[in-house]
Design a protein around this ligand. Structure first.
Ligand code: AMP
Length: 171
């Protein structure tokens, strides 16, 4: 039987020279692989109650919605600026050059709700850290940040070290 790792395609120098992009497209194309990955992510959560799954634009939406459905939780998209139609809260974070901003609807999480944050890849951790701040602004209780992959050489886990961080694959 193929492992989840088998379905991750490495693309050298995308989107910029020097980046090894971890492409989940082959995984998404195979329903058995999707089930394998979904179950592996669910294993990381166990029996813990989750009220909201927060998925990070855009590859965090695929498994984020599947996880929410399986966990009996609501799904919340975090998006790039100007994409969400209702009132939003926002958080900016540093990139290698410049800054980026992420937004969430202000009514997406109710104070005290138990939140799972999900994305495909944890790299430097800047994105996940900003999303944690958005959830904290709405006084959500972050139960876990989970990822399909974490790139250990970029130390992203350190940026969100105050939380339970789990990944299916580590590189
Ligand atoms: P970071 O803020 O550096 O942790 O970057 C995380 C975000 O960038 C996630 O939304 C990932 O989808 C994307 N990302 C960063 N590095 C990679 C990579 N090597 N392969 C695929 N996606 C990546």
């Amino acid at each position: 039987m193929k492992t989840i790792e088998h379905y991750i395609r490495d693309i050298q120098d995308f989107p910029k020279p020097g980046i090894l992009f971890k492409d989940i497209a082959p995984l998404l194309q195979d329903p058995e692989a999707v089930e394998l990955c979904l179950n592996a992510l669910l294993d990381k959560i166990g029996d813990t109650k989750i009220d909201k799954v927060v998925g990070i634009e855009s590859r965090g939406f695929f498994f984020g919605t599947l996880l929410a459905q399986k966990l009996g939780a609501g799904f919340v998209p975090v998006r790039k600026p100007g994409k969400l139609p209702f009132k939003t809260i926002s958080e900016s974070y540093a990139l290698e050059y410049g800054t980026d901003t992420l937004e969430m609807h202000e009514d997406a999480i109710v104070k005290g709700e138990r939140v799972l944050i999900h994305d495909d890849v944890l790299a430097t951790g800047g994105t996940a850290e900003a999303v944690c701040k958005l959830v904290e602004k709405l006084e959500g209780n972050i139960v876990q940040c989970n990822f399909i992959m974490q790139l250990n050489f970029l130390n992203g886990k350190e940026k969100i070290s105050g939380y339970d961080v789990k990944s299916v694959l580590e590189y």
